[in-house]
Design a protein around this ligand. Structure first.
Ligand code: PLP
Length: 389
């Protein structure tokens, strides 16, 4: 008989908030649901007259704490955090577009974004018009009567092309079109699209925001009104972030400013060193005066980020040998973590493209992409030197 009581005790003992504890960090609210003291409290919640929580797919305090951090970093009123960058992209589109709408999207875009548009949204009657970097330089010519959203990325993968965000945002605003910028590569420390006039910022928080290659997450930031338009899509598509991952992401974001300062200076040192190397034909880094979009980058960025791309003189064979020989820098996709990573665009983001498609993307078989981490810059250059020798 007492066994039954014991079962109950095991379930209930020690549960609930400890009101006398005031931690310096936001606790991980590892709970799927929240309790109510009475029907009146639940009724007040449903009326919107209560700051209680009901269910973690709708809202969770640990997730809200990281949303406040990301909103502050981007200078936005509100943010929505989701389970991946792709969840952010799909949630934004499903929250904002309807059949008959047109999306104008940069053709220099993350592959997953392109596929969501061409496979899913096309199936639901949303058309996409892809625009080159040059065409995005004349944004007013791209916007038609059906255009609902203009979506772009700056800097782009892997050649770090930059588009004039203020000009695109102004053209959109003049026509009542929503401008959305994937700010993953720059990070909010280097570029704030909202301050440049964009309506919504999207992040793969998997990259610089978290910064430690141990969380998959995404975010959208904008005005309270626009975020409130997208919020039901997160609730119903269900791409929510787990509270434990939200905690880890918030911890990563606390060091974002110091990490980005080191990413910026390390990448600049690497880019300048590569540019003077005899086996390297071209270096793509927005901070170099040789970069085609250096002037745009100087106008809209405070730092040029941690991504560097270079082309070796000996083509694919040279790129493969460089890739296979790096020791400190590790061979892996993704970016934005403390460890430096190396990838070959033709074996990752541009895999399987024809020569004509590669030419359109400005990508060659001799290109190597580097996500420069936080190591000592002399160690990075020593590794690059032995790999290129
Ligand atoms: C990685 C990435 C994404 C997708 O984010 P996930 O977190 O992998 O879903 C979108 N845009 C850019 C620029 C990225 O680098």
């Amino acid at each position: 008989m007492s066994d039954h009581h014991q079962d109950t005790d095991v379930i209930h003992a020690g549960e609930g908030a400890v009101s006398s504890a005031s931690p310096i960090t936001t606790p991980i609210y590892a709970t799927s649901t929240f309790t109510f003291p009475s029907a009146a409290a639940l009724e007040a919640f449903q009326r919107g007259a209560s700051d209680r929580y009901i269910y973690s797919r709708y809202a969770n305090p640990t997730v809200q704490a990281v949303e406040a951090k990301i909103a502050a970093a981007e200078g936005g009123d509100a943010a929505l955090v989701v389970s991946s960058g792709m969840a952010a992209t799909s949630t934004a589109f499903f929250g904002l577009v309807q059949p008959g709408d047109e999306v104008v999207c940069s053709s220099a875009i993350y592959g997953g974004t392109l596929q969501v548009l061409t496979t899913f949204l096309a199936r639901f009657g949303v058309r996409t018009r892809f625009a080159s970097i040059d065409e995005l330089g004349r944004p007013e010519e791209l916007i038609g009567p059906q255009t609902k959203v203009v979506w772009c990325e700056s800097p782009t993968n892997p050649t770090l092309r930059c588009v004039d965000i203020a000009a695109i945002a102004a053209a959109c605003r003049a026509q009542g079109v929503i401008s959305i910028v994937d700010n993953t590569f720059a990070s909010p420390m280097n570029q704030q699209p909202l301050a440049l006039g964009a309506d919504l910022v999207m992040h793969s928080a998997t990259k610089y925001l978290n910064g430690h290659s141990d969380v998959t997450a995404g975010a959208l930031v904008g005005s309270t009104a626009l975020i409130d338009r997208v919020r039901p899509a997160r609730k119903l598509l269900g791409g929510v972030l787990e509270p434990a991952s939200a905690y880890a992401l918030a911890r990563g974001i606390k060091t974002l400013a110091v990490r980005m300062a080191r990413h910026n200076s390390n990448a600049m040192a690497v880019a300048q060193w590569l540019e003077s190397h005899g086996h390297v034909s071209r270096v793509f880094y927005p901070g170099l005066t040789s970069h085609p979009d250096h002037a745009v980058a100087v106008r809209q960025m405070r730092g040029f980020g941690g991504m560097v791309c270079c082309e070796v003189k000996s083509g694919y064979a040279g790129a493969v040998s460089f890739f296979d020989r790096v020791k400190l820098i590790q061979r892996a996709a993704s970016l934005g973590g403390v460890e430096s990573l190396c990838s070959l665009p033709v074996l990752t983001s541009q895999y399987g493209l024809s020569d004509a498609q590669l030419a359109d993307a400005g990508v060659t078989r001799g290109m190597v992409r580097l996500s420069i981490g936080l190591e000592d810059p002399a160690d990075l250059i020593a590794d690059l030197s032995q790999a290129l020798s």
